[in-house]
Write a protein of this length. Structure first.
Length: 202
């Protein structure tokens, strides 16, 4: 199924998924229109958000400089169905874990784009360090290469392992308007030892 909304997104599409184009940094794999029911805090009546979802892949290199393909989804709000002005759209990036459209709808209602990792393998995309961290860092860089993104209004968030990666990303790539690390791992070695110890009794 192909989205009929936000069709200007094809301006950022590269036919070659290994292309390192700065202006066409993604290859759109699939897209669809999605109507999302949303009830704002303090309200009783819901409204329908006419959104779309774009699934895409992008090239990057892991810590061993081997070429990889990352996978992500982008949720686009009704506020920008028509082509937005350059560098005008606030954007939220989910770190490490996939963020679904139900969790995204409060941000979509405010006109934010939400980008999340999606459908990757445990061997690189969703592992905590190594090439998994490389994937996260490349996603953070990728957001800045999308010409519609407001560079002054980029936010990152992640919880647990995603919080750990969020802290590393904030240290490595800046500036960023906000980085929310929810219950992050602050001492990875300790946490791994704790997991190993607790497994003995499970």
């Amino acid at each position: 199924m192909r989205a009929t909304r936000h069709t200007w997104m094809t301006d950022f599409h590269a036919d070659n998924p290994y292309s390192l184009s700065l202006t066409r940094p993604i290859t759109i794999v699939e897209s669809e229109d999605v109507d999302v029911e949303y009830t704002a805090p303090g309200e009783t009546e819901s409204r329908t958000l006419a959104c779309s979802v774009y699934e895409f892949i992008f090239p990057y290199r892991d810590q061993d400089r081997q070429p990889r393909i990352g996978r992500a989804r982008m949720y686009l709000p009704p506020a920008i169905e028509s082509r937005p002005a350059r560098r005008s759209v606030p954007t939220l990036l989910s770190i490490h874990y996939e963020f679904g459209i139900d969790g995204s709808k409060r941000y979509l209602a405010e006109g934010w784009v939400v980008i999340t990792p999606y459908g990757g393998g445990d061997d690189h995309m969703f592992n905590l360090v190594g090439s998994g961290m490389d994937h996260t860092l490349e996603m953070a860089k990728l957001v800045r290469r999308l010409g519609f993104v407001d560079l002054q209004r980029i936010g990152w968030f992640g919880g647990s392992a995603g919080g750990y990666q969020c802290l590393i990303t904030a240290e490595s790539i800046w500036p960023v308007a906000a980085a929310v690390a929810n219950v992050p791992l602050s001492d990875l070695e300790y946490n791994l030892e704790c997991i190993e110890w607790s497994e003995r009794y499970n």
